[in-house]
Design a protein around this ligand. Structure first.
Ligand code: NAP
Ligand code: G4F
Length: 337
């Protein structure tokens, strides 16, 4: 019988890659989508076979991390072997504008998922999408034992969710694992995270339809990996004999400025002619440097990154050039089923 997984955040970057990964492994995949006034399933439409075809192994359900009753009912109904809690208000800068909502969805939402799994009593394994943002101002390299010093409402909420997962493990003997993932990017990255904002702008500036790119802090250092590789680490964390917490990273740090320079270089343009600073993109408190030590994941999970900085920049710039070309040629048409 096929294994069953439930993913919150299935419509996001990681949820889409994880769905593909689990479907390839033969899983039946259920995902939580939230009601929106516009279509929000663009990242998974290509793997979503309609149930009426009889071949479907991906099923989407309306629910929300703010609605405990629907989470409990869903888990009781589908009885998953594995739950991946990827849903979150995941934008750090935005979390300063909506701190209460971020705490509710990103922090309490994780608790609601764990409590729903516990009360449904289905004996499933639970993955919590923890974040390198929890390390905040603690200097690199950061590893599992590094103390947290969160610097945003988002990071505070993630610390709460992290400790809730540890607490459910210790209190209820639930198999709860935290993946402490450092930044990971891809052509499916949300357009208002810095890497994707840059690569989209590069494609548009090259095509002559955008003049300037407005950014905030160019000095921040991030450890950027490739998202499709990171979802394998999530799965591996749930295949171990006992639950644990893992840093997942590349071990390489680069500044935002280096990313900008490499992306403009890819199309032969001098970034200094196009990039301007806008104070609106600076944060009330910044995380200066995140560089992860992933030795435990390598040793225990057998996981290591394959795609490093310059390949990541190339993949993202080339994908945004292609996407723009497809949009301009009218090749991207949504077909309702
Ligand atoms: P993302 O693209 O922003 O996706 C977030 C997902 O959460 C989307 O599917 C979103 O739905 C959903 N969501 C938001 N609010 C929700 C709610 N109230 N109820 C249910 N679902 C809700 O994020 P990502 O990059 O894939 O990251 C996945 C997870 O890993 C997040 O928890 C993030 O905080 C964490 N993380 C990410 C990174 C990274 O570098 N990407 C690093 C460390 C940790 P809509 O599509 O409807 O908006
Ligand atoms: O791309 P960012 O918005 O990602 P950030 O804040 O590191 O958070 C991401 O990674 C976390 C893991 O460490 C995740 F938990 C979180 O969910 C999210 O996926 O910003 C990266 C850096 C920051 O230092 C920011 O100040 O880029 C700097 N930056 C400079 N100009 C900008 C901009 N960030 C954004 N979003 N937009 C700018 O214009």
């Amino acid at each position: 019988m096929s294994r069953v997984a439930l993913i919150s955040g299935i419509t996001g970057q990681d949820g889409s890659y994880l769905s593909e990964f689990l479907l390839d492994k033969g899983y039946t995949v259920h995902g939580i989508k939230r009601r929106a006034s516009t279509f929000n399933t663009e990242r998974i439409d290509h793997v979503d076979v309609h149930p009426r075809s009889g071949d479907a192994r991906l099923f989407l359900h309306y629910s929300d991390l703010s609605d405990p009753a629907s989470l409990t009912a869903l888990i009781r109904d589908i009885r998953p072997h594995e739950i991946y809690n990827l849903g979150a208000q995941s934008h750090v800068r935005v979390s300063f504008d909506i701190p209460g909502y971020t705490a509710d969805v990103t922090g309490l939402g994780a608790l609601r998922m764990m409590e729903a799994a516990r009360s449904a009593d289905v004996g499933c394994r639970f993955y919590q999408a923890s974040s390198s943002e929890m390390f905040g101002s603690t200097p690199p390299p950061q590893r599992e034992e590094t103390p947290f010093h969160p610097r945003s409402p988002y990071a505070c909420a993630k610390v709460y969710a992290y400790w809730s997962a540890v607490n459910y493990r210790e209190s209820w003997n639930m198999f709860c694992a935290n993946g402490i993932l450092f930044n990971h990017e891809s052509p499916r990255r949300g357009e208002n995270f810095v890497t994707r904002k840059i690569t989209r702008a590069v494609a548009r500036i090259e095509a002559g339809i955008q003049d300037k790119l407005y950014l905030g802090n160019l000095d921040a250092v991030r450890d950027w990996g490739y998202a499709p590789e990171y979802v394998e680490a999530m799965w591996l964390a749930l295949q171990q004999d006992s639950p644990d917490d893992y840093v997942v990273a590349t071990g390489e740090g680069h500044t935002v400025r280096e990313f900008v320079e490499a992306a403009f270089d890819r199309v032969g343009l001098d970034w200094q002619r196009y990039v301007e600073l806008d104070p609106a993109y600076f944060r009330p408190a910044e995380v200066d440097a995140l560089i992860g030590d992933y030795s435990k994941a390598r040793r225990t999970l057998g996981w290591a990154p394959k795609t490093l900085f310059s390949d990541l920049v190339r993949i993202m710039v080339d994908a945004d050039r292609q996407l723009l070309e497809d949009e301009r040629m009218g090749r991207l048409v949504r077909v309702d089923r």
